[in-house]
Design a protein around this ligand. Structure first.
Ligand code: SAM
Length: 277
């Protein structure tokens, strides 16, 4: 055991075990403790890495907060702790953020062994602009939180990356089409790095139709083109945004102000469209 504790954040494959890096194998083999979401998944990882199982501590969405104290105790005792998750990078829609913050704020060294993450893998294969993007993780499942996020995304100029569970893909694509406009470009990335890897590219309305025809199965990332530059916003796009805000209960006046500000267009233009709806 080294004299000063170290927390090592270890990226692991998002499906294809050949993506396990030599440095990840080394980090697992050299760890005094491996923090994982699920011991069965961790045991598979050890087996793929050819590493005899190391002592494990489970930290999942429900238990991470409670495990911080235990991990800090081990770090104080000088342990090297490897932080993993079921797949990809810990902390990306997975536990890890709290542990990293706690270890860093106590002055422990925190290192990273980078690996794949579905968000970045999907972004680079999507064909959308990669220069500026925003990661939204999973949208709230329902309620005003979901509506607010969708409304905010309507004017988002950066490429948008979302995670979604297969049984909610269709609904989410449909909500995105209503909020962002049916012709907005989308890439639907499925089962990346796995046998049934597929990336479909097209308009949101066509993606909705397709997801209704063929039942979505497997793991999905949805990558949506950012909103057009203000000067490029079409009347159709402004009308869709107006319609959505009014359906959410905003007065015409407030909806016009919001759309004008989000798209950076004159209020007069939006108001004229509102009177025609
Ligand atoms: N920490 C992981 C990462 O770095 O990508 C993400 C964990 S999150 C709980 C799981 C979600 O990531 C899935 O529901 C799916 O949206 C996405 N995902 C993970 N693996 C994927 C894959 N091979 N192909 C497509 N999406 C994937």
């Amino acid at each position: 055991m080294s004299s000063a504790g170290v927390l090592v954040v270890v990226g692991t494959p998002i499906g294809n075990l050949d993506d396990l890096t030599p440095r990840a194998v080394e980090a697992l083999a050299g760890a005094d403790l491996v923090v994982c979401e699920d011991t069965r998944r961790a045991l598979k990882l050890f087996s793929a890495a050819g590493v005899p199982p190391r002592p494990m501590l489970v930290a999942n969405d429900h238990t991470e907060a409670g495990q911080v104290t235990k991990v800090l105790e081990r770090l104080r005792a000088g342990a090297t702790v490897a932080l993993t998750s079921d797949a990809g990078l810990p902390g990306i829609s997975d536990p890890g953020e709290r542990l990293v913050r706690a270890a860093a704020s106590e002055g422990f060294e925190v290192r990273v062994v980078p690996g794949p993450s579905a968000a970045l893998a999907a972004l680079v294969v999507s064909g959308m602009a990669t220069g500026r993007f925003v990661f939204e993780g999973f949208l709230p499942r329902r309620g005003s939180g979901r509506d607010e996020r969708l409304t905010a995304l309507a004017g988002e100029r950066r490429t948008i990356v979302l995670y979604e569970a297969p049984h909610r893909v269709s609904r989410t694509l449909s909500d995105l089409a209503s909020a962002l406009g049916p012709r907005r470009r989308v890439a639907v990335c499925r089962e990346l790095t796995k046998l049934h890897e597929e990336t479909w590219r097209g308009a949101l309305e066509d993606a909705v139709r397709r997801s209704e025809e063929v039942e979505p199965r497997g793991e999905y990332v949805i990558v949506v083109d950012g909103a057009p530059a203000p000067a490029d916003a079409t009347d159709d796009e402004l009308s869709v945004a107006l319609h959505r805000l009014r359906a959410d209960g905003l007065s015409t006046r407030d909806a016009v102000a919001e759309v004008a500000s989000v798209y950076g267009v004159p209020r007069r233009r939006v108001y004229d469209l509102a009177t025609r709806q």
